[in-house]
Design a protein around this ligand. Structure first.
Ligand code: ATP
Length: 255
């Protein structure tokens, strides 16, 4: 429900040998919120998000996400609880069509045996057509409905990034984590992405947005958290962040 915390991080930390990538992070994300996570390179954003999505286990503290404790369970179980994400570097299958990319993505999350089903087991047909319709709907949701049959590598850069979002939507997540989705986009594409995120949010999705495009983060997010050297140095509305002296010094001043 809107407002109820769906992510609660308490004293969360991660160290690699002598490097404390994330230190003592306390943070909640409310249902329906679009939360931006910004900070300089190496600030710990990816490490934090990897703990939320269950890719890595924390060294200290706890993460509770949609009633699960990621880090203590396999990634597919975290995904089944309703967490979905995109990655900083594209993980599309370049030679598959846009539609196939979404179908494979959806199946990888909910049904790891997808590849076995390519041999057309007798019972697979009905499931396959349902998956096809669902994948088509996900493509339409991000504005790629007309490009279902286009090979991923032939899509424009902005369309490829939106295809990754369509694939992340295939598992019907409650929490969508976007890792630098606007990287490499031009202004028009970034604005379209911002509009898409707003509309997904109005549909009830909770969104965690990691982004270096500060203008885009400010336009898109309800609230922004700033990491620096693994620690939260500020959290607030876009306006509060824009004018926060510590943030300006650590990050905004130089970007
Ligand atoms: P960027 O904006 O460049 O993606 P980031 O804010 O996502 O940076 P992280 O990638 O989380 O930052 O890195 C935080 C710190 O942890 C860095 O000092 C990095 O070198 C270190 N680090 C991250 N992953 C590992 C790892 N697997 N082994 C050792 N050190 C790591």
């Amino acid at each position: 429900a809107a407002g109820t915390p769906i992510v609660t991080l308490s004293g969360l930390g991660k160290s690699y040998g002598g490097v404390q990538a994330v230190k003592e992070v306390d943070l909640t994300i409310a249902g329906g919120e679009v939360l931006g996570l910004i900070g300089p390179n190496g600030a710990g954003k990816t490490t934090l998000v990897n703990m939320i999505s269950g890719l890595i286990a924390p060294s200290s503290g706890t993460a509770e996400v949609l009633g699960t404790r990621p880090g203590r369970m396999p990634v597919h179980r975290v995904a089944a609880a309703g967490v979905s994400r995109t990655f900083q570097h594209s993980k599309l299958f370049p030679r598959l069509s846009a539609l196939e990319n979404v179908m494979v993505g959806g199946h990888l999350v909910t049904r790891p045996t997808f590849l076995r089903r390519l041999v057309w087991l007798p019972s697979a047909r009905r499931d396959e057509s349902r998956a096809w319709r669902h994948a088509s709907a996900c493509l339409a949701r991000v504005g790629l409905g007309e490009k279902a049959g286009v090979t991923a590598s032939a899509l424009s850069y902005g369309d490829q990034r939106r295809l990754e979002i369509a694939r992340a939507l295939a598992s019907d997540p409650s929490l969508l984590i976007l890792d630098e989705p606007a990287a490499g986009m031009n202004r028009v594409e970034a604005d379209q992405l911002s509009d898409l995120i707003g509309s997904l949010s109005r549909d009830g999705l909770t969104i965690l947005l990691i982004e270096h495009n500060v203008g885009m983060v400010m336009r898109t997010c309800h609230r922004i958290v700033v990491l620096n050297f693994g620690q939260v140095i500020a959290a607030g509305t876009p306006e509060e962040i824009r004018t926060n002296p510590a943030v300006v010094e650590a990050y905004l001043g130089s970007s």
